[in-house]
Design a protein around this ligand. Structure first.
Ligand code: SIN
Length: 540
């Protein structure tokens, strides 16, 4: 059961159409990562599109993605192998249809990206593909070395810019989806610092708002990743699924005081090894695939090694790499290491795991539809069933492309009866002002991140999860009754809402499966838990 504080708030701000600026569009896309951009491009073939994003177009998780995009690109690989690897990694919870659809659509969509100007790296005229943990074949395409996400995003952003009927609004903080009593979505209310509150009425809305790595103290994600989309979807009555499954990336640069930065898994795919604080290699003792075991295993092994050696981190060793090749193949990491005076030919790179990817999200069908009419979801914000209980590395950019295209098409074609009917309605919704207790929202957010890291992290146990849920519930009592007028306050409310749901689901899953590891239930329990947990805000 969710606490009353989470259930009670339908909207975070009062809404009055009589005094709020309003825009109208056929298709509203919220979010500008790979899924949102691809959805906007597809929808624009049929209707006018408004694409809004919280920061600038480059402030996305996609932009920061390093390793690459997984697809069957060479003759020694096959759809069957990619499907099998995805299913095995997903530990029994993948949706077979989603996996087949995403894997089979990959090569065509990557070719299309290349036509649109994405410059994937090549060797001898062929795409240069590499290996990551859990993949039985090299199938990770990359662009500009380790700047793959940026390469893909730039190509899509150029395409968006060339498409006259896509109206891009940056620095638009979407606060809430607007729904009516018939469970239909009519658009969203948001806020721009220059113009204040705005309602965007839309015939169809696509949520591509990304994940929530920032719910954790340690994360590879940008500041924007505060799970706003999941919280607003929950408030609107959307079904959320698999909220207990969070992927932790094994190797984030760890320098006390510096912000965390992703160190791509493809480094390990190309021969980097992990050493403990005594400079001893340890991964072979945990898994026969050693450094190339799936991410959950590597993350847990690192954590265990850190505990056993009483250390805050382990090391990545690439001293044996050719230094010049490293610079061209991994320019971002090369620059990052240099900025901290780490000479990779003589020094080890200090790393530790951190929160990386939310596997759970808004439940969709294979058309990208949610349970709310007129609301679609894609990318990290969605739960399509592709990843099951664990995501195979580099499958997410691919999923964003595939389901971005699908949702963009479905939210815009003439078969969609809502097309070109942005639904204006007179609306006045008031929220009583609470005069209870003053609040330091930044203190709540910092404490929440520390709590999530400690109690809902890489390894979990029942008592700690219950404690997390109860503490979050207590914080919600004096945060959820407030009405904020800045994004920071809304983010804090969203973070509490989603963290609560994650702790609740993790507490209920009394087994270990994929990324969800319970020290008190260390085995997989197919009899009890080979199923998804779904959450929906009660409306009565
Ligand atoms: C990485 O480069 O290691 C991250 C890629 C991903 O998360 O798929």
């Amino acid at each position: 059961m969710s606490p009353k504080q989470t259930e009670d708030r339908r909207y975070l701000v009062p809404i009055d159409t009589a005094s709020t600026q309003q825009l109208f569009t056929d298709c509203l896309v919220i979010g500008a990562g790979v899924a949102g951009l691809r959805a906007a491009i597809e929808a624009a073939a049929n209707c006018d599109v408004t694409l809004v994003c919280k920061g600038s177009l480059s402030d996305s998780n996609t932009w920061q993605a390093q390793g690459g995009i997984a697809s069957v690109l060479h003759s020694d690989d096959s759809f069957k192998l990619h499907i099998d690897d995805t299913l095995r990694t997903g530990c029994g919870l993948c949706d077979d249809t989603a996996v087949g659809l995403v894997v089979r659509s990959g090569p065509e969509l990557i070719l299309q990206l290349i036509e649109w100007g994405a410059e994937f790296d090549k060797v001898d005229g062929r795409l240069d593909i590499t290996l990551e943990g859990g993949h039985s074949r090299a199938r990770i395409a990359h662009a500009h070395g380790d700047a793959t996400g940026r390469g893909i995003a730039e190509a899509l952003i150029r395409k968006v810019a060339e498409t006259p009927n896509i109206n891009v609004i940056e620095h638009f903080y979407t606060i809430d989806l607007i729904t009516d009593d018939d469970n239909e979505c009519g658009g969203a209310i948001g806020y721009r610092s220059q113009t204040g509150f705005e309602i965007i009425w839309a015939a169809n809305t696509i949520m591509a708002t990304g994940g929530g790595g920032r719910l954790y103290r340690e994360t590879t994600n940008p500041d924007e990743a505060t799970a706003d989309g999941l919280a607003m979807a929950y408030r609107a009555g959307a079904v959320l699924r698999d909220m207990e499954f969070v992927q932790f990336h094994p190797t984030t640069l760890y320098i006390a005081g510096a912000s965390r930065a992703l160190i791509t898994e493809t480094l390990r795919g190309e021969g980097a090894v992990l050493l403990d604080c005594d400079h001893k290699r340890f991964m072979q003792a945990y898994d026969e695939a050693a450094e190339l075991a799936p991410r959950d295993i590597v993350s847990r092994s690192i954590l265990d090694r850190m505990l056993k050696t009483n250390s805050t981190h382990v090391y990545l060793d690439i001293r044996h790499f050719d230094k010049e090749h490293f610079k061209t193949r991994f320019p971002l990491i090369s620059e990052l290491c240099e900025s901290f005076d780490i000479d990779v030919s003589t020094d080890l790179i200090p790393v530790r795991p951190s929160a990386h990817y939310m596997i759970g999200g808004v439940k969709t069908d294979m058309e990208g539809r949610t349970n709310i009419t007129g609301l679609y979801a894609c990318g990290e914000a969605a739960s399509t069933g592709l990843h099951g209980a664990n995501r195979l590395g580099s499958n997410s950019l691919l999923e964003g492309l595939v389901f971005g295209r699908i949702t963009g098409a479905n939210a815009s074609t003439e078969q969609n009866s809502r097309i070109r009917q942005p639904a204006y309605r007179r609306m006045k919704c008031e929220i009583p002002v609470s005069d209870r207790s003053r609040l330091d929202a930044s203190d709540v957010c910092n404490s929440l991140r520390a709590l999530m890291w400690r109690n809902v992290g890489i390894t979990r146990k029942g008592q700690a999860l219950t404690e997390a849920r109860e503490i979050i519930e207590f914080w919600q009592r004096y945060v959820m009754d407030k009405v904020f007028d800045t994004p920071f306050g809304w983010e804090c409310q969203n973070m509490l809402t989603v963290s609560y749901l994650m702790a609740q689901s993790a507490e209920q899953r009394c087994e270990s499966r994929g990324v969800h590891y319970r020290v008190d239930f260390p085995e997989i329990d197919d009899a009890g838990f080979a199923r998804h947990f779904e959450l929906q805000r009660p409306t009565t």
